[in-house]
Ligand binder design. Structure first.
Ligand SMILES: [Zn+2]
Length: 97
C-alpha cells in the first residue's frame, strides 16, 4: 500500500510497545528480536476512514440477528438467527457508531 500523507496516520505498534524490538520466551536475557509487525520501526501505518467503499462482487450479506425494536431488553423470547439480506439493503442500513 502506498503511503498517502493526507490520509495515512502512524500509530504505535502494539506488538513491541513502539520500540521496534520485542523479547519473548525464546530470547536469552538481554536479547531482543526485530519486530516482524512493524519491521523495527515501532509504528504501524493506517489509512484514515473517509467513507465505506462498495463491492461489485457481492449480492447478499449475512448479518447478525435483526433486532425487533419492540422487543423488550428482558424478553425471554429466543434471539432471531442471523439473516441474509441483499447488498442493496445492506448499503441502506445506518453505519454503527
Ligand atoms: Zn513493532
Amino acid at each position: 500500500m502506498k503511503a498517502d500523507a493526507n490520509k495515512d496516520v502512524r500509530v504505535e505498534c502494539e506488538e513491541c510497545g513502539a520500540t521496534g524490538v520485542y523479547t519473548g520466551y525464546a530470547e536469552a536475557v538481554g536479547h531482543g528480536v526485530e519486530c516482524r509487525k512493524c519491521k523495527g520501526s515501532g509504528f504501524l501505518t493506517f489509512t484514515l476512514f473517509t467513507n465505506r467503499k462498495q463491492r461489485e462482487d457481492v449480492n447478499f450479506v449475512k448479518v447478525p440477528a435483526i433486532e425487533n425494536p419492540a422487543r423488550p431488553p428482558d424478553s425471554t423470547e429466543p434471539v432471531p438467527p442471523p439473516a441474509t439480506i441483499t447488498y442493496a439493503v445492506f448499503l441502506t442500513r445506518p453505519l454503527p457508531g
